[in-house]
Design a binder for this molecule. Structure first.
Ligand code: ZN
Length: 138
C-alpha cells in the first residue's frame, strides 16, 4: 500500500459554522469549502493545515454514521477518523482485506470533493476509524 501522507483528520461537530469560525480564528486556518455529501448524510468543511487538512463533519440526518456517533456522545464534538492519502484506493482496500483487516467498504465510493474513499473498521486499526482516500491528480 502506498500511503503518501495524512490527507485529513475528521472531527464530528454539531454545528459546522460555529466550529469553522472558531478554527479559523484560533488557528488562522483557511477554509477551502463547505459541501454536502448526500451518501454519508453530512455537511463537510475543509480547513488547510500545510499539506493536510482538518475535515469538520456535521450530520444532516441522525441516521448517518456521523449522526449516530454524535448521538452516542450526547452531541459533543470529537475526533472521528483519520484519512490516509493512497495512490490507489481500490488496490489498497484489497490489500488491507488480504492482510486480514476488517473493512467497512469493500469497494471505493465517492466522498467529498469527488475523491475515491473507503473505510477500514477501527477494530483493525488501533481503535481509530481509518479512511483511505485517493484524490484526482490535476
Ligand atoms: Zn474524511
Amino acid at each position: 500500500m502506498n500511503v503518501k501522507k495524512i490527507s485529513h483528520l475528521g472531527i464530528a461537530v454539531p454545528d459546522i459554522e460555529k466550529y469553522v469560525s472558531s478554527f479559523k480564528d484560533v488557528f488562522g486556518l483557511e477554509l477551502t469549502g463547505i459541501e454536502e455529501v448526500l451518501d454519508q448524510k453530512v455537511k463537510v468543511a475543509f480547513l488547510t493545515v500545510g499539506e493536510s487538512r482538518l475535515e469538520l463533519l456535521e450530520p444532516t440526518d441522525p441516521s448517518g454514521a456521523v449522526g449516530k456517533f454524535l448521538e452516542k456522545r450526547d452531541g459533543k464534538p470529537g475526533f472521528h477518523h483519520m484519512a490516509l492519502e493512497v495512490e490507489d484506493v481500490e488496490a489498497s482496500l484489497k490489500e488491507a482485506e488480504e492482510k486480514g483487516l476488517e473493512l467497512i467498504d469493500k469497494k471505493p465510493r465517492i466522498g467529498a470533493g469527488g475523491a475515491k474513499i473507503g473505510f477500514i473498521h477501527p477494530k483493525s486499526t488501533a481503535g481509530v476509524l481509518t479512511e483511505l482516500c485517493e484524490h484526482k491528480k490535476d
